[in-house]
Design a protein around this ligand. Structure first.
Ligand code: MRU
Length: 350
């Protein structure tokens, strides 16, 4: 397996609190912030101090531990009842990435299955959160290594948003594929979409790839077809926030446009995501809840208005790429191929 070279640890449980990189400050500052209460964790997820599907999953798991610590003086039965309510609340901090609900559910299982006293349950929740953290990095390395097998020599890889170390505990999913490929072939390079309106591509992807010395070119969102037509893009790899049982995939707004352009130009379009991003309970992408975000994200850049006052705004945070446009879904169990209904069901069997 590829060695983990990136030094970024996005989120980590430290003794009694959660430490995370504050991603609202990029690219001006690289700073850690300590989150010490459940409500502060809810806000950190909602305001995107921590973002990216796997990272907010771990943040949710940490949030449950924080709430548990706050409720520790209650009698055991009451502690469990209140904590399960708080866990459900934590899972509502953002609606689209299913990793959040998945990780909170893992913590709820610990609470429900425990025979320990209150302090024992808190300890078990901590240990489970740390286990999920460590597994995330291991899973990403596997995704990276499977994905690297389909990266052509000297390829230029287009990515959208940030599905990197900073969207996970470390290493990344889509950028994990880039990292693993780069370890074997330093002639590969990345084209990073800016990713309006939050600019995760510009602010986060260029930062983490540059830190690792991976050649990266920043382009604006409207440029991808132009470069595809010129033969300058060999493949697309993006992350995912939720994948339906038929392979339809929600990812950052703009991903669908890239997928259509890739199909038109006959360029492979891959999703890289852990199995925890697959929601086998929903049949198709139509059932994926899409987050509507603040209108300021569209009307303003760095606090300055960029449009006429009072203009109508719609700001969905994600779109759904239909499974027909997806060449493969790179997971820790290998690359799933169409027919996705079958390959996804198969991946969940063993
Ligand atoms: O709104 P964000 O920044 O949380 O959205 C992130 C994405 O859309 C990522 O591509 C996705 O979560 C995959 S992260 C490995």
């Amino acid at each position: 397996m590829t060695e983990f070279k990136s030094k970024i640890r996005t989120i980590e449980w430290v003794d009694t609190f959660s430490r995370m990189v504050d991603q609202t400050l990029f690219p001006y500052e690289f700073k850690y912030v300590d989150i010490k209460t459940g409500d502060d964790m809810f806000d950190a997820i909602k305001t995107m101090i921590v973002r990216g599907a796997p990272a907010i999953g771990i943040a949710g798991a940490h949030g449950v531990v924080l709430y548990a610590q706050e409720l520790k003086n209650l009698p055991r039965d009451e502690f469990i009842k209140k904590l399960l309510e708080k866990a459900d609340y934590m899972a509502t901090s953002r609606p689209t990435a299913v990793n959040l609900m998945w990780a909170v559910e893992k913590q709820k299982e610990v609470i429900k299955n425990s025979n320990s006293d209150v302090n024992g349950i808190i300890e078990e929740l901590k240990q489970n959160a740390i286990k999920l953290e460590n597994e995330d990095i291991e899973i990403n390395k596997k995704i990276g290594d499977y994905g690297a097998e389909v990266v052509p020599k000297g390829a230029t890889i287009l990515t959208h948003c940030n599905a990197g170390a900073l969207a996970t505990v470390g290493y990344g999913t889509a950028l994990g594929v880039v990292r693993s490929a780069f370890a074997n072939d330093p002639t590969i390079q990345v084209f990073a979409d800016e990713t309006r309106p939050r600019q995760q591509g510009a602010r986060i992807t260029t930062l983490e790839l540059t830190m690792d010395g991976i050649p990266t070119t920043l382009i604006t969102d409207g440029m991808c077809s132009y470069f595809m037509k010129k033969g300058m893009i060999d493949m697309v790899v993006v992350g995912a926030d939720r994948i339906a049982a038929n392979g339809d995939t929600a990812n950052k707004i703009g991903t669908y446009t890239v997928a259509i352009a890739a199909k038109y130009h006959n360029i492979p379009f891959y999703i890289a995501a852990p199995l925890s991003t697959i929601d086998i309970n929903i049949k198709s992408g139509d059932e994926i809840p899409i987050e509507e975000r603040s209108h300021d994200e569209v009307t303003h850049i760095n606090g300055k208005a960029i449009c006429a006052e009072g203009v109508n705004i719609i700001n969905p945070g994600f779109d759904v790429t239909p499974h027909e446009l997806i060449s493969g879904i790179i997971t820790e169990k290998g690359i799933l191929r169409p027919d996705y209904k079958k390959s996804i069901a198969e991946a969940f069997k063993n």
